[in-house]
Design a protein around this ligand. Sequence first.
Ligand code: DLL
Length: 451
Amino acid sequence: MPGAYPAMSVDATRTAARFHPSSAADFLPRPLLAQVQTGRLCETLERTFASVPAWREKMRAAGISSGAVRSLADLPKLPFTTKSDLRDAYPFGLFASPMEQIVRLHASSGTTGKPIVVAYTREDVHVWTSVMIRSFAMAGVHAGDVVQNAYGYGLFTGGLGAHYGAEGLGATVIPASGGNTERQILVMKDFGVTVICCTPSYFLHMIDRAAQLGVDLRELPVRIGIFGAEPWTEAMRRRIQNLAGIRAFDIYGLSEIIGPGVAMECECREGLHVFEDHFYPEVVDPGTGEPLPDGEEGELVLTTLTKRAMPVIRYRTRDITALIPEPCSCGRTLRRIRRIGRRSDDMLIVRGVNVFPSQVEAALLEVEHTLPHYQIVLTRAHGLDQMEVQVEVTPETFSDRVSAMEQLSGKIAEALERVLGLRVQVTLVEPNTIARSEGKARRVVDRRSAV
Ligand code: DLL
């Protein structure tokens, strides 16, 4: 592997050992980390230039020579990689290693057109496993824990990514994959599960199903949840923690970079530590592409520092966040990003007003008697956008008097108007009416182009 780690102080090694030996790199002094990053960056750029014709072409078109970057500060000189660059290279156009060195392929789902195919060498799988071990260790998972992995196994990176990490850590893994919710609850109850991994929306569904089956998750040994792959709010975290009696942690990642394990919350849960020794983060203005100072919100751009099969340089993730300038009180030196509430491309424009699904979720969760299951339905009537928010309400409320229901929908409409600055139609629906997903939730149904 390029750029080995410099020796660490005895103190830092001792602190890291509380988590897992692999966690040592979480505590590298910043100057040493920068040294590692610079070496790895230069090597990645050289390799990519030499072995990926599409990248060479991009650099030529931008008039940049292969040796233009000598330090981390030079990185903004390079062009961005976008999702369409990856799509145009379908399926194998950006691979930097020959097929005989590639041991795994995954693909991102993508809502339209072709998926993006991503590749891993044996070393890449090893790096991925190590960042997932560090992620689990950060949340306090250790050997002896029983991990129910309900992320989908398959082309989606969630299942196998979490699997290798939990197993590498020495925990007992139950490869449950997504779906068959009743069986998930049976497993959680009977196998002594202590850690659950899945999307936050799927876990909410499990909580509901458990209640219907007469199982109180608070009475089970499960104590940690590792949730990611979609945006979720602090209100959702509180709801999950109260209903299931666990501590919920946020994990972030994306297929294009490696999968889950790009960034993770530690016990402080005040932002997600980026595994900067493998993924170099920048935050840029989504409009101009100019780098933004730490603390300012913009689009996250990531560069892989150790990926062999498919290095990605300055990838525009579309995820909106900020780099947190202050060091974390956990003692890790890895910088943190704020949790990702939205993407630059999930903004809806309704009658000229900008609306993000996360704003809707935050408003709904502040109103009592609603369930965190909702969907936004957009239509157009007589050339005018109509936005309907369908919200499930608790069974007691649903069977209540009509006047009580009207009062509640009025309250929700007001809460939404306060946040969005827009009056929208609120429809209260019975529990279990809105389709559940075993993976990422589908929050928006946009039928405007169909009208
Ligand atoms: O969702 C990888 C993953 C699996 C992450 C399991 C965490 C846990 P993709 O399917 O390629 O990969 O989707 C990546 O999902 O660009 C974000 O928009 C979103 N996303 C992932 N994690 C979070 C998170 C996996 N914790 C895209 N918070 C990313 C908010 C997230 N959004």
